[in-house]
Design a protein around this ligand. Structure first.
Ligand SMILES: NC(=O)c1ccc[n+]([C@@H]2O[C@H](COP(=O)([O-])OP(=O)(O)OC[C@H]3O[C@@H](n4cnc5c(N)ncnc54)[C@H](OP(=O)(O)O)[C@@H]3O)[C@@H](O)[C@H]2O)c1
Length: 348
C-alpha cells in the first residue's frame, strides 16, 4: 500500500555520492497517463555511480532527481487514461520515457532517462508514464527482476539485438569481469546454448563463474594476453562469435585478438577509461563487426522477459543486499568493485 508520505533518495547534483540525500516526500497527484508503483527492489549500475559523481561526459544529474536506473515493483494506482495496467501488476520501468516501442536510445536519450533527468527507482514509490512500463517476468523475485532494466537489457541487446546475428546454440561467447552486464551476458548466452568463456581480475570469482556455467575462466590481471589465450579455447582457435566488451580502451585490443572472422564485438562499457586508445582500424585487420550498444528498446525488454521465463533465467546477485536507507553503502560497494554481478537494494 502506498502511503501519502514516502522515503526517497534525491540527487542534489553531481560531484560526489555525498550529493545523495535521503528525504521524505509527499505523493504527487497522478497524471492521466501515469502509474504509481510501490517499489520493492532496485539495483545499482555503474551509470548510477558516474551520475552521482558526474565523472563522465553527459552524466550530470538534473538537481532534485530521484537516482536509480533499475527497479521492480507493484502498480498501486493508475491514471484515468491507463487501461493496460492495473493495481497489483508486477512491473519494471524502462529507463527511457516517451519513446516508441522499437526506439533504440542514443546517448542524449540515456542522459534524459531515469535517475539522471527524470525520477528513477531509489524510492519507496515512483510515478512513471504507463507507456514506459514492462511486465516483470513471473519466474523471478523482485530483487532479481530489478537487475533487468539497465545492465540486463544492455547485455540482451549486445547478444540478441543485431538482426540475424543473435547468439545461438554452438556459438562461443566471451564476457569480461564479473559486473552486472557481463554476468547477465553469461547467463543469457548459456541459456541460449552457447559456450561461454569469462575473465575476472579476482581469483575468488572463478568458482562462482564456473557455477554459473562458464566453460573456462581467465584472469585478465595475470595474463595480459588474455584475448589470445581465450581464442585458443575456441574450436580450431577460430575465435569468438560474440564478445561483450565492457572495458573500452582497456579491453578492446584483446577483444580484437579474440574475435573470429565476421564475429561481433559489442562495445558496451568504459570501465577502463584512461587506458591507451585502441586504433579503430584494428577492426579492419580483425575482419569483424564492431557494434556500439546502448541499452535497448522496450520491445527488446519484452523479448528478454519472455526469454527469461522460457529458460528460467535466475539473475545472479551480489552476496550483500542493502536497505533503501543504507543505499550509500551500496554505492560504495559498487565503487570499490567488491560486488559480484548486481548490488541490490531491497525496498519493501
Ligand atoms: N552501453 C550501455 O547501455 C551500458 C549499460 C550498462 C552498463 N554499461 C557500461 O558497461 C560497463 C560495465 O557496467 P556494469 O554495470 O556491469 O559495471 P560493474 O558491475 O560496476 O562492473 C564492475 C566489474 O567489472 C570488472 N572490470 C573492471 N575493470 C575491468 C577491466 N579493465 N577488464 C575487465 N573487467 C573489468 C570487474 O570484475 P572482476 O572483479 O571480476 O575483475 C568489476 O568488479 C560500465 O562501463 C558501464 O558504464 C553500459
Amino acid at each position: 500500500m502506498a502511503d501519502d508520505k514516502y522515503n526517497t533518495w534525491m540527487l542534489k547534483g553531481s560531484g560526489s555520492t555525498e550529493n545523495l540525500q535521503y528525504v521524505q516526500q509527499t505523493s504527487a497527484k497522478l497524471g492521466p497517463d501515469e502509474v504509481r508503483v510501490v517499489m520493492h527492489a532496485a539495483s545499482l549500475n555503474y551509470r548510477d555511480l558516474v551520475i552521482a559523481k558526474g565523472s563522465l561526459p553527459m552524466t550530470q544529474a538534473t538537481p532534485n532527481t530521484v537516482p536509480g536506473s533499475d527497479g521492480a515493483g507493484v502498480v498501486h494506482s493508475v491514471g484515468a487514461n491507463v487501461v493496460e495496467l492495473r493495481p497489483g501488476d508486477k512491473v519494471l520501468p524502462h529507463m527511457v520515457q516517451g519513446v516508441s516501442d522499437d526506439f533504440l536510445p542514443r546517448m542524449d536519450a540515456i542522459s534524459g532517462g531515469l535517475g539522471q533527468a527524470v525520477n528513477g527507482t531509489l524510492c519507496e514509490q515512483g510515478v512513471y508514464p504507463a507507456e514506459s512500463i514492462v511486465r516483470m517476468p513471473d519466474n523471478m523475485n523482485f530483487a532479481q527482476a530489478a537487475t533487468l532494466g539497465c545492465s540486463g537489457l544492455t547485455a540482451w541487446n549486445a547478444l540478441m539485438g543485431l538482426r540475424d546475428r543473435a547468439v545461438q546454440a554452438g556459438d562461443y561467447v566471451l564476457v569480461q569481469g564479473t559486473g552486472g552486464v557481463s554476468i547477465a551476458a553469461l547467463q543469457f548466452a548459456k541459456a541460449a546454448g552457447a559456450t561461454v568463456v569469462a575473465t575476472t581480475g579476482k581469483g575468488a570469482n572463478v568458482a562462482r563463474l564456473t557455477a554459473l556455467g562458464a566453460a573456462h575462466v581467465i584472469n585478465y590481471k595475470t595474463d595480459a594476453d588474455w584475448g589470445v589465450t581465450a581464442r585458443k579455447l575456441t574450436p580450431e582457435g577460430r575465435g569468438f562469435d560474440h564478445i561483450v566488451d565492457v572495458g573500452g580502451d582497456a579491453t578492446l585490443g584483446q577483444s580484437f585478438a579474440a574475435i573470429r572472422t565476421d564475429g561481433v564485438v559489442s562495445l558496451v562499457g568504459v570501465l577502463g577509461t584512461g587506458a591507451n586508445k585502441v586504433d579503430a582500424m584494428t577492426a579492419l585487420w580483425s575482419v569483424c563487426v564492431v557494434r556500439g550498444v546502448l541499452l535497448g528498446s522496450k520491445n527488446m525488454f519484452r523479448d528478454m522477459v519472455a526469454f527469461c521465463e522460457k529458460h528460467n533465467v535466475q539473475p545472479a546477485l551480489d552476496d550483500e543486499t542493502y536497505s533503501l536507507a543504507d543505499a550509500q553503502r551500496a554505492y560504495q560497494r559498487l565503487e570499490k568493485q567488491q560486488h559480484f554481478s548486481k548490488v541490490v537494494i531491497k525496498i519493501q
